[in-house]
Write a protein that binds this ligand. Structure first.
Ligand code: MG
Length: 385
């Protein structure tokens, strides 16, 4: 019987590629689609795929979709997204929502014991231990849809077949983004257009800017810690401009396992949706002779302070990663709107972290409040600039 799939964030880069993966697989059946507000595109996707039920987080967009698509069922608002997850009899939910808005759908999915293909790394960054504890409590699996973490998931699983305790370190790679090698001074003058030109991956606006600041790797560091239960001191970030090696696992006998492949998100998407099975994915194959050389360098934490900020927020723990993530979302949006320069992004994040400090977090409700407060604090910082 086909696995029933719901896709959240269906109109974004991951969502569109996931539709391609689902469309090619006999093992998967699409049963629900959700987006923030692009109702015309979701209705079009529903018509093309035969899906009968969609949800739009924006209630006004849901109203528009209802009038345009009377033959289908349209759910609206945050409750509508939750209802789509709960009432679709889904086997797996792909959460490709952008930002901490993805936390609630993650909680609803895991709380119901439904497996989660997680492309929304922010829900693990903000939700941390609470999210992994919820999955453990209900027995739902979290399968990462982030290329580095999908790589590590496969490597760790293969190694754990040999028993526990053999893994010493994890490495996630970073392309370095469009500004690799730039000095801090040069970064003060870069444009939005330049920041949106990623050298190896084609992605949405928010994650592309996060890749340019290296905050994406900071978020991924925290994501890896929660997914695999490995201490931060044992997770390395290495800049690897070719984006061929996605992750490595260092073992107790000196061996290092690496996961290689051309950068194509359909690979981790297909892996997560079919796990533990593997299917044929029609992507270009890696030719080592064509790749020719793979190079590595240390990240420049002076020019790209976001990675340093993420490490220190991770170490502080509690609500700090949630605050950092919210401040980052506000700062990135301001940069994309042309309101601040590129180098202001880490400044806004650091000031917000300083203002709100670290607080212990015991329940999800506190995270929602903290996320809200951090957004307001970051907005005040922006207004004061
Ligand atoms: Mg990634």
């Amino acid at each position: 019987m086909a696995r029933r799939v719901v896709i959240l964030g269906a109109t974004g880069s991951i969502g569109v590629q996931a539709l391609d993966v689902v469309g090619r697989s006999d093992e998967l059946e699409l049963v629900g689609l959700a987006a923030q507000g692009s109702w015309e595109r979701v209705v079009e996707q529903a018509r093309a795929t035969g899906v009968r039920r969609i949800a739009l987080a924006d209630p006004a967009a849901a109203d528009d979709a209802r009038s345009a698509w009377p033959e289908g069922e349209v759910l609206g608002g945050p409750d509508g997204i939750a209802a789509l997850i709960l009432e679709s009899d889904a086997d797996i939910v792909l959460n490709a929502v952008v930002g901490s808005a993805g936390l609630l759908p993650t909680i609803v999915t895991l709380g119901e014991g439904i497996d989660l293909a997680l492309a929304n790394k922010e829900s693990l960054v903000a939700g941390g231990e609470l999210v992994t504890a919820l999955a453990e409590a209900t027995g739902a699996q979290i399968i990462p849809v982030d290329s580095e973490h999908a790589a590590l998931h496969q490597l760790i699983l293969a190694e754990r077949a040999h028993g526990a305790g053999t893994i010493e370190r994890l490495t996630i790679t970073a392309s370095g983004g469009p500004f690799r090698g730039h000095t801090r001074e040069e970064l003060g003058r870069v444009t939005v257009e330049q920041a949106l030109k990623h050298p190896t991956w084609e992605m949405g606006g928010k994650i592309t800017i996060d890749s340019a600041t290296l905050m994406n790797k900071g978020l991924e560091l925290i994501e890896a810690h929660h997914l695999f239960g490995v201490p931060y001191e044992q997770i390395d970030v290495v800049v690897h401009p070719q984006s061929i090696i996605h992750g490595c696992v260092s073992l107790c006998d000196g061996a290092m396992l690496a996961h290689l492949g051309l950068p194509d998100m359909r690979v981790p998407i297909a892996y997560a949706l079919h796990y533990p099975e593997r299917i044929d994915v029609p992507v270009a194959r890696l030719d080592l002779l064509a790749a020719a050389s793979l190079t590595f360098e240390a990240p420049d934490l002076d020019a790209f302070p976001c990675l340093r900020l993420a490490r220190s927020a991770a170490k502080a723990g509690g609500g700090a990663p949630c605050v950092m993530n919210a401040a980052n979302e506000i700062a990135v949006r301001a940069f994309l709107e042309g309101a601040i320069t590129f180098t202001r992004i880490p400044e806004v994040i650091e000031a917000t972290l300083d203002e709100l400090g670290t607080q212990p977090v015991g329940e999800f409700e506190q995270l929602f409040t903290l996320d809200h407060d951090a957004r307001e604090a970051a907005a005040r910082r922006l207004a004061a600039l």
